[in-house]
Design a protein around this ligand. Structure first.
Ligand SMILES: [Zn+2]
Length: 439
């Protein structure tokens, strides 16, 4: 059996961070007995001065497969995920055509066969993502679908959402909402606020999100389904989450790295790579999102990785599609954002430890728990990531593994590098270079 030794790192585990060696095999991981050295056949990763923890899991990836625009391929998606430290991603169903019945689910899953990463293929909630008739959730669940979402669009009808939540409870699957009132958001390009007024660009207010969050939480008060609220970006949503928690209404939620790191002031450059839905918000909202993540009000960081072909993103800010790529840069963006709030100096090392623990909690542990509740099986017990938080990084377009290059992080100074990744006991990334099956 192949095994990989990760030696000399600071390992994130049940008791927090501690210095340890780790042996990762095809079936799991353990600490070696004192004084035992790796066998000659083992791969060895030197993790001295680095942090080690469970591989990241992304609850929100747009694979674009199936699709006709060539913005991503299974292989490019896998390489981008591996460079980002991810062992598993949930693929959204807003593909072309959408994943809304068993045959297309089965065909799509086959496209990801044989990749080193795990792709959990999502299904849409309604047929054709039209918001009217529910897909056959029973049949799709029988074929392995556990994550249902019309993401890209809201489920506009409260009646349809109510039925979907009932099924999510009875079938034990997730229903994930892109909370955004489509009438309020109509024609909007960026956050509605000071900057949009200044630029004379039509905005999307935070209320477009929070009124749908309120509706969904209220619907779930009695139904108690598996409601997951995606890419939250509004102060009102956070107040509602607090209220729901106090009232015992079940839900889980996520925030993106870009909503934590950057704000709507970047849109002043009219660079379409900052055009994303929900839009980048004000600095105040950004600070509140960081606090909500730190306090555990928001469960997870999810990328909303959204590749777009170059010719589409090169249009004007008004015409360009929403979305940016995020798998490869998620750790650096999140780490940089969360470090901005801590004071540097003597306590710097403590601060790094705190933020790294938060990263593992929100990018590895909570996403796994949310998915394991519905898959009822342990995820990736044999997959670990090695991180260097202190390394200054500045992404170059030529480093991007995704077929699409619509990244707001190109040439932006950030801190944090994914150094190595072990998936299924095998090294797929070492010293930032793709290895073996990962290449
Ligand atoms: Zn969305």
């Amino acid at each position: 059996m192949s095994e990989t030794w990760i030696r000399g790192g600071t390992v994130f585990g049940v008791g927090g961070l501690k210095k340890a060696d780790l042996v990762v095999t095809e079936v799991g991981a353990h600490t070696p007995n004192e004084g035992v050295n790796p066998p000659a056949t083992a791969a060895v990763i030197d993790a001295r001065g680095l942090y080690v923890g469970p591989a990241f899991v992304d609850l929100h990836t747009h694979s674009r497969i199936p699709g006709k625009d060539g913005s991503e391929s299974p292989e490019s998606l896998s390489r981008a995920a591996i460079k980002g430290g991810y062992g598993s991603v949930v693929a959204m169903a807003n593909t072309d055509p959408p994943v809304d019945h068993v045959a297309i689910l089965e065909q799509t899953k086959k496209r990801f066969d044989g990749l080193p990463i795990q792709v959990i293929q999502g299904a849409s909630v309604t047929i054709g993502r039209q918001g009217e008739r529910l897909v056959d959730m029973v049949a799709l669940k029988e074929h392995g679908a556990v994550f249902f979402s019309d993401d890209g669009d809201v489920i506009a009808s409260a009646r349809v959402m109510r039925r979907a939540l009932e099924y999510s409870r009875d079938l034990n699957v997730l229903v994930a909402e892109h909370a955004q009132d489509s009438e309020l958001a109509l024609g909007g390009v960026m956050n509605e606020g000071e900057i949009s007024y200044l630029l004379g660009v039509q905005g999307i207010g935070e209320d477009a999100e929070s009124i749908v969050v309120a509706r969904d939480l209220e619907l779930n008060r009695k139904i108690r389904g598996n409601l997951h609220l995606m890419h939250l970006s509004a102060l009102g949503s956070l107040d509602l989450l607090k209220y729901a928690k106090a009232s015992g209404i079940p839900f889980s939620s996520e925030v993106t790295p870009h909503h934590l790191l950057i704000s709507d002031s970047e849109l002043a450059t009219f660079d379409p790579n900052y055009k994303v839905n929900p839009p980048l918000r004000s600095k105040d909202t950004r600070m509140a999102l960081r606090s909500a993540l730190r306090e555990g009000l928001i469960d997870a960081v999810a990328t909303d990785h959204a590749p777009h072909a170059k010719h589409l993103k090169e249009r004007s800010i008004k015409e360009a599609p929403f979305g940016l790529i995020g798998l490869q840069s998620a750790f650096a963006a999140t780490f940089t954002a969360m470090m901005q709030d801590v004071s540097f100096g003597e306590e710097e090392e403590d601060s790094i430890d705190t933020v790294i623990s938060l990263i593992f909690r929100t990018m590895s542990i909570r996403p796994r728990e949310i998915l394991q509740k519905v898959t009822q099986s342990e995820m990736l017990p044999n997959s670990y990531v090695v991180l260097d938080p202190t390394l200054e990084v500045s992404q170059r377009e030529s480093d991007i593994a995704s077929l699409s290059k619509n990244s707001p992080y190109i040439d932006r100074k950030m801190h944090g590098q994914v150094v190595s990744l072990v998936l299924g006991g095998k090294v797929v990334l070492e010293n930032c270079e793709l290895q073996g099956e990962g290449a």
